[in-house]
Design a protein around this ligand. Structure first.
Ligand code: GDP
Length: 424
């Protein structure tokens, strides 16, 4: 297969991890190009059940090379812990199958602390951060106050750089938030425990990707979160602090000129959202509990109960456009099997008018959902592997989505396992 990006179309948690896990057998290289450990992919395969936060989902396939690109918030502490966890399940992780961009900026211990301090300060106006330090990290990156993974090669020079950063950062910690200052001893421990162990994986990933493309091998780019969480085009400020769009993959991977051939947009058969912010069509009470239970909708990173809502065609169409999706993978169709009739948000009502345009962020809260109902299929579909064998009502549901967003649905997932998939 040619080069392909797998992205989320909505709020994240669409099931991208299971799609990457499925498709990695068709690719030679899997690349993460944005975000950090603030979201997670849950992957179930023959080796067990894993919650990956930083490692690319290709880590389980023999022969696949995994790249952590420069666009990521590279957290050495969590990365090293995750490597050790996965290794404990007898999965090899070596500099042959994991490459870390020398241009990736490192998420520092103080980023996590600042994230918590700021959410505390915001009190009931919190942005709903996962407190993994992502926003403070990207702010510092834009201020050029971070260190690059490649700097780990020269510890003496790095310590001088770190001392300067420490002096600067302590002004914020102590004078803005009244917190205790960070110390060089703490940073030395951090370097020793988490940075030195990852150094063997650090290299020029751009050169590697260029070679991969020249040799005609294929690359899969794996995004985190979804289009509505994009820093520029999402529901600001309830977004993440990086660009979750497919168009950022070349820049965040290390090879800005890399060719993208396909964009697979992952859409869940209903909507979920973690954290705060407007969520048109949100379901509450027993109806919401039932859907949340049926879909096991609890955050992979935080364990937080996810908010649930019907499939939102307005948001999904916007997401498909933003991602430039060339095909859709629809996940969790099996979860809807219990419903007699299935609600779908087809339009929004805003300022007295119906619209199918996704509103400006500050207006979303004023929008109300226009709900229509599709017929349910009243049977377990999780064992079905062929499109023709799906009940007619389930096929109608898929075709409705396809025509509403003008993009072909090429995969229908009916269970979390690797083979619970219908290819169209
Ligand atoms: P990601 O971050 O986009 O990969 O999504 P998450 O991992 O947070 O959420 C996807 C969850 O749904 C995981 O627990 C998957 O194992 C599970 N899952 C994925 N596809 C399906 C499906 O088609 N049916 C069911 N029942 N579960 C699925």
């Amino acid at each position: 297969m040619s080069n392909c990006v797998i992205v989320g179309i909505n709020w994240g948690d669409e099931g991208k991890g299971r799609m990457v896990d499925l498709l990695t057998e068709r690719f030679d290289v899997v690349v993460r190009y944005q975000g950090g450990g603030n979201a997670g992919h849950t992957i179930i395969n023959e080796k067990g059940k894993f919650a990956l936060h930083l490692l690319p989902s290709g880590i389980f396939r023999k022969g696949v090379v995994n790249v952590l690109g420069n666009g990521m918030a590279l957290d050495p502490e969590n990365l090293w812990k995750e490597i050790m966890e996965v290794r404990a399940n007898h999965i090899d992780i070596t500099p042959d199958n994991l490459l870390i961009s020398e241009r990736a900026s490192l998420l520092m211990p103080w980023h996590r602390e600042l994230d918590q301090l700021e959410e505390l300060r915001l009190a009931d106006k919190q942005y709903g951060s996962t407190k993994q330090g992502i926003a403070p990290f990207y702010s510092d990156k834009y201020q050029k106050k971070t260190i690059l993974a490649g700097e780990l090669r020269d510890m003496d020079a790095l310590r001088i750089h770190l001392r300067d950063l420490l002096e600067w950062k302590n002004l914020t910690l102590t004078r803005v938030y009244g917190a205790a200052p960070a110390t060089m001893e703490q940073l030395d421990d951090w370097l020793h425990n988490y940075c030195e162990p990852i150094l063997p994986f650090v290299c020029d990933t751009g050169a590697y990707l260029k070679k991969t493309q020249t040799e005609g091998r294929s690359i899969l780019f794996e995004a985190q979160l979804g289009a509505l969480r994009d820093l520029d085009y999402g529901i600001v400020p309830y977004t993440t602090s990086s660009n979750t769009l497919a168009s950022y993959a070349p820049i965040g991977s290390g090879m800005p000129s890399v060719r993208i051939d396909e964009v697979i947009g992952v859409v869940k058969a209903y909507s979920t959202c973690v954290g705060d912010g407007p969520f048109v069509g949100e379901m509450f009470g027993p109806e919401a509990d039932r859907l949340r239970e049926a879909g096991a909708e609890y955050g992979a990173k935080t364990g937080r109960a996810r908010r649930v809502a019907p499939l939102d065609l307005v948001a999904t169409r916007y997401g498909v456009e933003l991602q430039g999706a060339t095909q859709i993978a629809l996940t969790k169709l099996d979860v809807l099997s219990y419903m007699d009739r299935i609600p779908v948000c087809t339009r929004y009502r805003l300022n007295g008018k119906e619209t199918d345009r996704f509103p400006f962020p500050a207006d979303i809260d004023k929008a109300e959902p226009v709900i229509e109902y599709m017929e349910g299929w009243h049977c377990d579909i999780s064992g079905i592997r062929r499109w023709e064998e799906l009940p007619e009502a389930a096929r109608k549901y898929v075709l409705m989505l396809e025509s509403a967003v003008s993009c072909p649905v090429t995969f229908v997932s009916v269970g979390p396992e690797r083979d619970s998939i219908i290819l169209r």
